[in-house]
Design a protein around this ligand. Sequence first.
Ligand code: MSP
Length: 658
Amino acid sequence: MENKKYYITTPIYYPSGNWHVGHTYTTVICDAFARYHKMLGEDVFFLTGTDEHGQKVEYKAKDAGVMPKQFVDPLVDGLKEIWRLLDVKYDRFIRTTDDDHVKGVQKIFRTLYEKGKIYKSTYEGWYCTPCEAFWTKTQLKDGKCPDCGREVKLETEESYFFRLSEYADRILKLYEDNPEFLQPKSRMNEMVNNFLKPGLQDLCVSRTSVKWGVPVDFDSGHTVYVWIDALSNYITALGYGSGNDGLFKKYWPADLHLTGKEIIRFHAVIWPAILMALDLPLPKQVYGHGWLLIGGDKLSKSKTDKVSTELTDPKELVERYGSDCVRYFLLREIPFGSDGVYTNESLLTRINSDLANDLGNLVSRTTAMINQYFGGILPARGAEEGPDADLVSVACGVYGKVGKAMAALDAPLALEEIFRLIDRANKYIDETAPWLIAKDESKKGRLGTVLYNLAECIRISAVMLKPYLTVCPDKILGFFGINGETVTGFDTVKTFGYFSGGEKIEKASPLFPRIDVKKEIAEIEKLALSRRAAEKEQKPCESHKNNEVKPEITIDDFAKIQLKTGIVLAAEKVENSDKLLKMSVRVGAETRTIVSGIAKYYSPEEMVGKTVVVVANLKPAKLRGIVSEGMILCGEAADGKLTLITTVSEISDGATVR
Ligand code: MSP
């Protein structure tokens, strides 16, 4: 009989280079699912990769003075290294710059065009460069990108459009007929109410102003707009559109697209519509998970670097605590589907309580007692008594319970079920008190049974843990004389009584050393602060750039900067920051929120009523969660001290400064 197939995908990652632990969330979860399904005996294909095209990369490469491909190559390598460290075992790492992907996307685009699903027109829309997304006026939030809150620009150009508007009813019907298609439920409501019911608009799918992307092969000058390029990876990775589509025939449709919630619209609305237009089967399920939050915000490297001393670099985390600890935290801590707060303290507490205490102690106590009382030879199992029946029933139930949790895509619950057995076994030690039984030689048989039962519970737990943790389960099995690598399925966990007795049991070395949380956090903080100080020294730009001679610019270059006078109407300190002031600044007809790093030099009271010079066309940026709409000019002395630039005589706010 042919094996059941299981095709699971992560989104393909933007090659940002600033990878943080939040980025690893989707992929570690997918890896656990892939491993779990492999152990069920299924024929698994696990896809991940990178999403390398688009204006943002084009600009960054230009800034760096290299070609876009050259720019992304090392970033992609960096991401692969993170997956290696975290023991993520994918079957393909697709890059949107791969030849077969490019050809596949061209074929998809052409097919859609030939089927009349794509047409040429003119696009006018509000484009957010960082998000690579076009928005309609009504979708904008206070005139800014509804996703990131940044400035958008009105762009008009000749573009191809995908007839997305024709698919709203079909997608609503898809949801109705397949309530499991989009999970969790809340995401489906969001899609229905925010996008499908109001009606879909046709989607711009090519750009002429962007060069870094897949060229439309029948209309030179047009580049496939990123989302068709990116989403198609799920089928081009299997050879769709190439001469060699054996994998596509075997694995498509995907069983699960796992993505973060912010890109659900693309996966649960646009992607199904594209597939419908191509007459291809739809993925069976799309799941939009929540975010790892830091300080109430989506974890992002730039933020953590500035405002927090949390350690978030996945490489460093693996170096300090090992891949199993990081994987365990990601898979266990956050109720699946919801957001969860990331702190080093929560990570360390998880490691200590679950891994070092519950699991580590169970293994070390059991193997120590088998060595102490039976010379390291596992005794045989005798008659059942006392709490044995309950222990055995918990152990035998784990496989089914984990199966249920995994079918509901609930990895945290699956781990909870395994740890329920570990907890039960620890409680069993307390209930049976083997050290007391050991005092009575006539009870040697009972002592043997207790230790045998514990060994079985540990064996079952270790096998069940294999999809989630990749180092310690095999290590544990090794203490019990089992080569973990040979355990490729769950066959041995469905019944209690695998050991025959007589097996050589090794005294376990510590699996997870207990971490002194306070000390460790103090060390991490020190590390973060000293790093920040070193960075400042390395980048004397803030204060010592005074001496730097910048290249000459033309009057046209200067004219790009719009300087205006403003009057500070209100000012307050930004919470938990000794540097930042948040101000309301009237600039002619509008009042802006501006966050400025002048709190050390000016009190809020001093600022109110001051006339300031505002860089009025600066791209808004979020500082401590506040969107700052411009910058206030200051003079900076060699020692870094700031002095406000103001006017010598009165001038109305909103006046041009030149
Ligand atoms: N390139 C697009 C996806 C295209 S798929 C056809 C993209 N890339 S991404 O690099 O921004 O995100 C990759 C994955 O990381 C997404 O699933 C995203 O949700 C996830 N995460 C990034 N930061 C995260 C957190 N702080 N928390 C949890 N997951 C987050 O989107």
